[in-house]
Design a protein around this ligand. Structure first.
Ligand SMILES: [Zn+2]
Length: 303
């Protein structure tokens, strides 16, 4: 599908350095503002949150959170959250706002409501559980109700929609397990068993992006869904896929998801060093893998 990916760092100094050492990148660097379509621009916000832009579409996914202080995940810087809520550039004219699930490191209902009020043309897609939380906190839900699409497929099945000119395939996938002792029975139970976690394949006019939220690299899930048939260009995968990079996960990614490129996400600051080690020792045939480290870091991916 991909002969290769050309990655442009938008910071000009980095482009200069890259051009000096990599003739392929320098060829693209000659015309950085006229990239051959299709391409997408990805801006890291925090945790699993990204702004993804194609030539004329903008999608914000799992990015509107961080009002509550959290020291256990990377959160959007205050000024960025303010701009997102106010729908200020570069968060103006967002076509789609997606949330994989309601956990506070992915979603804050106040932030989503504020953004939708300030971006009346934008559409929000998420599950019933997430939208219920939006209803509970929003006094004037009527103002934004027309902007909301609730999609909650059955587990490991999907529904497709086209919204604001973007095709989206929505899957319901298992959230990663969090085992703890049940106070009543004393037995271990999964705290996240009932969390509605959505995975999205977003189709930017032929450039396909996959984001499965907090799905936990469950082999049975991918053997059933066979996402390798979806021609995914970029897969955003959380650390449970990559951190240990066990052989089972390698097969899962290379055989059953088969993306052109992987973006690692949900990486804490103190895990970056380890992830870098993993990424410099990827097995042959594994797709190129990108690790964003700083909020607002931006990269362009060409097909
Ligand atoms: Zn979660």
């Amino acid at each position: 599908m991909f002969t290769r990916f050309l990655i442009l760092l938008l910071i000009s100094i980095k482009l200069f350095i890259a051009a000096a050492i990599n003739p392929d990148i320098s060829a693209i660097n000659e015309k950085p503002m006229h990239l051959s379509a299709p391409s997408i621009t990805v801006t890291y916000i925090a945790n699993e949150g990204f702004l993804i832009e194609s030539e004329n579409k903008k999608v914000l996914i799992d990015a509107l959170f961080g009002r509550i202080e959290m020291d256990w995940c990377v959160t959007p810087p205050r000024e960025i959250l303010r701009k997102m809520e106010n729908a200020e550039e570069p968060f103006d004219d967002i076509d789609l706002i997606l949330t994989t699930h309601w956990h506070t490191d992915h979603f804050d209902p106040v932030s989503v409501a504020n953004h939708l009020i300030n971006n009346p043309e934008g559409t929000f897609i998420s599950s019933e559980q997430t939208i219920d939380r939006l209803k509970q906190i929003t006094e004037n839900y009527d103002v934004i109700s027309d902007q909301i699409v609730q999609l909650t497929p059955g587990i490991l099945s999907s529904e497709s929609v086209a919204v604001n000119g973007i095709k989206v395939k929505v899957y319901k996938m298992h959230h990663s397990k969090y085992m703890e002792e049940d106070e009543k029975t004393g037995k271990q139970k999964n705290r996240h068993a009932d969390v509605e976690n959505l995975g999205f394949i977003i189709d930017f006019n032929g450039f396909k992006v996959f984001h499965p939220g907090d799905e936990n690299a469950d082999p049975d899930t991918y053997k059933k869904l066979r996402l390798d048939k979806e021609n995914i260009d970029v897969a955003f995968l959380n650390r449970s896929f990559l951190y240990g990079l066990e052989s089972e996960n390698i097969e899962l990614i290379t055989k059953y998801i088969k993306p052109g490129l992987v973006v690692a996400m949900h990486i804490y600051d103190d895990q970056i060093k380890h992830m870098e080690t993993v990424l410099t020792n990827l097995p042959e045939g594994f797709p190129d893998t990108i690790l964003f480290k700083i909020p607002l870091e931006t990269k362009v991916f060409n097909k």
